[in-house]
Structures are given as C-alpha cells and as structure tokens.
Write a protein that binds this ligand. Sequence first.
Ligand code: DAH
Length: 352
Amino acid sequence: MSIITELESLRDSALERISQAADLAALDAVRVDVLGKKGSLTGVLRGLGALSAEERPAVGKVSNEVRAALEQALEERKALLAEAALSARVAADAVDVTLPGRKRLPGRAHLINQITAEVVDIFTGLGYAIAEGPEAELDYYNFTALNHPPTHPARSATDTFYVRDLSEGGASGPITDVLLRTHTSPVQVRVLEQQKPPVYVLAPGRVYRRDIADPSHLPQFHQIEGLVVDEGITFGDLKGTLDYVCKELFGKDRKTRFRPHFFPFTEPSAEVDVSCGICAGSGCRFCKYTGWQEILGCGMVDPNVFGYVDIDPEVYTGFAFGMGVERIAALRYDIPDLRMLVEGDMRFLRQF
Ligand code: DAH
C-alpha cells in the first residue's frame, strides 16, 4: 500500500471515530490516538524522512491535508458535543415556573391559649389583675394553706405527682414537700401573702394530676383561677360575676346551674355546670349521660385560709373560682375527646 493510500485510510477511519465520539472525553481520546505524540498520523509522518526527494512533496501535501481535515473535524465535533452538554445541563436544571407554589400556613395560638386569652380579656375588663405561680409547687401552698387536712385523698401519691428525693433510694426514694400543682388555687395563697385587700386577681396556668388520658381527662391540663377579697363581698357577687362570664363565653343559648359542692378552701362551695353542647342536654358519653358539663368550682373563701395569710375574716370576705380551660374548649366547640387538643393533628387544630 502506498503511503498516500495509507494516509487516506487513516483519515477515513479517524473521521469515522470522530463522528462516533459520544462525549468530549471520547473525542479527546481519538485526538490523542491520531494526532498525539505516539498517534497513528504522527507515526506515518515520521516515516517521511525515508522517502525520496521526488515523492516527498506529494506525500507532504496529502499529509498536511489529512492533518487539517482531522483538526477541523475534531474542532467541529467538539463544538457540537459542548453545545449538547450545555443543553443537557440546562434541561436538567430547569425550573418549572408554572408549578403552583408551596402553601405556607400562618401560625396561630393553640385553642387553649386562645381561650385563656379570651378569659383574661373578660376579667381584665372587669378590673382584675393577672397573677402567676410555679407549676412545681410546695405541698404547703397546694394543700395545707388551702385547708386540706393531712388525710385528704387528693394528697395521695396515686392522685398527685410528687417530686421524690432520688438521693435516698433512687426512683423509689421518699416523696418531698414539692409536687406538680394539682390546681391553680395555690396562687390564691401566694397572692394573699404578698398583697393586702382589695384583691381582684385571675391566675391562668398549667396543672397536673395522675389521671389516665380519656375523653374527659388529661394528666396535664389548664385552669384559670379567680380570687376576690374585699370588704362586703357576698355569694351574690360570685354568682353575678360567673353568670356574666358564662354568658360571654358560651352565648345565651347555653344554660348554667350552680350546684352545692364541697371544697376544703371555700365555704359555702358550689360547682357551676353548663348544658352539654354535644347532646344539647339529652345525655351522651361526654357528659356521662347527665346533660350537664361541669366547668368550674367556686365558693366563698374559707376563714381558715385567711388564717394562713393573716387576713381578718371579720373585716374581709372573698370568693374564689377555678375553671378548666380544656372543658371550656370542649363545650364551646363540641370536642368529643380532650386528647384531640394535645395530639397535634393540624387538620383538627387549624379549625380554630
Ligand atoms: N381547685 C379546684 C379544682 O381544681 C377548683 C376550685 C374550686 C377553685 C373552688 C376555686 C374554688 O377557687 O373556690 O378542682
């Protein structure tokens, strides 16, 4: 085979490989194979020195043409592949601007906090101040100063969460005089220790009881305590105040009733019920088939409580009340199970 034919076949096969190169790396491999230092065309050209002076110009011309043709083909293919690589990347990175955006739902207060704020609003409108006390409370404030005898059943470790002294016997160490408050009533004592009458305070807060969660109980829930101490306060003031508040909270179509009851720290005491909104008073599981839902306890402050805080019961009288916020929520919105309030299901909570 003449050297010219050899050059031509080398060119044809190289052009074929160039046109087949699938990407820039493959194309560069072809370039190195043909035009590189140890490439096939380079090898052929090295043999030119052995040619006669007559042959050399013709072969030299063809070999220059072959080299130029291959360089041009490489250049063109390179541009094509670079363009394709760019288009592929643009396609991969493309953003579909016609897709609907992600909906961002604005945050809001939990129903329990909404109702608490509403009750706070009603009472601050009546001139009450807001008071707070600790959730980890002393036995003294939670029970003793609220006139609970040492044997009162609420003091039992099956009803109340007590803090144990772990330094003595670990998890079964002795209970201490610290507990998780079972009601917001201890705030009454703390306020009366700090402040002389007239006292008009509202104390919202979290409370704890060793109850198993069920449709009408939670081991942690919220109460709002009220306390009024002044000269000449009567049970009529208590009834008038709570009548007004119940109308504000539940509307005119819900009925309320005062039922005599007993609390160690009030005398006389009463419970206030609101007609059940789930069964409209005919009886259902939630109201234990009574047609009524208890929402608060109340009464006239027991003179024994005044004794603990050094207030003269001959001069001052007072009333107090404590309401369950979860119960108010359930009554207002016909929530059949209090656990729904703490399960965090946004489909439920967003309704409010
Ligand atoms: N502390 C009571 C409870 O948790 C509720 C209560 C009843 C509060 C009577 C009061 C009250 O202030 O006077 O069940």
